[in-house]
Design a protein around this ligand. Structure first.
Ligand code: ADP
Ligand code: MG
Ligand code: MG
Length: 251
């Protein structure tokens, strides 16, 4: 039961090719990891699956839950159950975190809730993530640390319970607090809706204690290898050199 099927995907930005002929199938309920050196195209992959208009799909198909979504807007993809977390520096002074979360659930069947019930729901989620509830009333993005952005992403993830969650982790290190929020968030997401995960990362610490079904290595816009969790260990130890040679030969 494949939830996301990407076939022969090539994508570019401003006429510059970034992704080249990428094919990845992600079965429902699995956890896949995408790794690769800086600038390889990992974030671009996430953005293209989400439908970010900054990128053009030049070739290939993106099929989600049996439907080709290549021509759908990001909002339609989101409503269909695709979620992308990324460190967008949203800053909206005067608007609290809770209002953004409420706006994001508007018109969504089964998620939209009014007043008290909604406040209760997000308070429960904050507790699950072991967050201070005062965070929910913080002004959006203003002075947010990396960890505070993570908290927002994890609340969004648990509130929306998307069928497919693509988590694009920062290349820079997360502090212990943020790592805790991310691991609790991922665990809660997996437990609550048996979701499907794609984790894009450099930071292998996020992957500790996580059962990984498949690791994909992208170098220079190409998928150079897919394998089991032992790839994470190998990359930790030996880096991307072996994969980079592979990519050169393919070019
Ligand atoms: P990664 O996440 O693996 O570090 P990215 O997907 O962010 O890599 O970027 C891959 C390549 O594409 C880089 O060379 C980057 O500069 C380029 N790129 C990414 N997004 C854009 C864009 N919107 N416009 C132009 N070039 C981009
Ligand atoms: Mg990068
Ligand atoms: Mg990136």
């Amino acid at each position: 039961d494949i939830l996301l099927s990407v076939q022969g995907l090539s994508a570019s930005a401003d006429g510059k090719p970034i992704l080249r002929d990428i094919s990845i199938d992600i079965p429902a309920g699995q956890t896949h990891v995408i790794m690769g050196p800086n600038g390889a195209g990992k974030s671009t992959f996430g953005h293209v699956v989400m439908g970010d208009p900054a990128y053009d799909v030049d070739e290939g198909s993106i099929v989600f839950a049996g439907n080709d979504i290549v021509d759908l807007s990001p909002d339609k993809r989101s409503r269909a159950g695709v979620f992308l977390s990324f460190q967008a520096p949203v800053e909206i002074p005067g608007v609290p975190v809770s209002s953004l979360l409420r706006a994001q659930t508007a018109g969504r069947e089964g998620i939209e809730m009014k007043g008290k019930r909604f406040r209760r729901r997000i308070a429960d989620l904050a507790e699950k993530l072991e967050m201070d509830p005062s965070y929910l009333e913080r002004e959006l993005g203003v002075g947010f640390s990396g960890g505070e952005k993570k908290k927002l992403e994890m609340l969004q993830l648990l509130l929306l319970e998307p069928r497919l969650a693509i988590l694009d982790e920062t290349d820079s290190g997360l502090d212990v607090d943020a790592l805790g929020v991310v691991s609790r968030g991922i665990r809660a997401y997996r437990e609550s809706c048996d979701g499907t995960l794609v984790i894009i990362t450099h930071n292998t610490r996020i992957l500790e204690n996580l059962s990984i079904d498949c690791v994909h290595v992208i170098v220079d816009g190409r998928l150079v290898e897919s394998g089991d969790a032992s790839l994470v260990e190998e990359i930790d130890r030996a880096g991307f050199e072996r994969f980079a040679r592979h990519a050169e030969e393919a070019a």
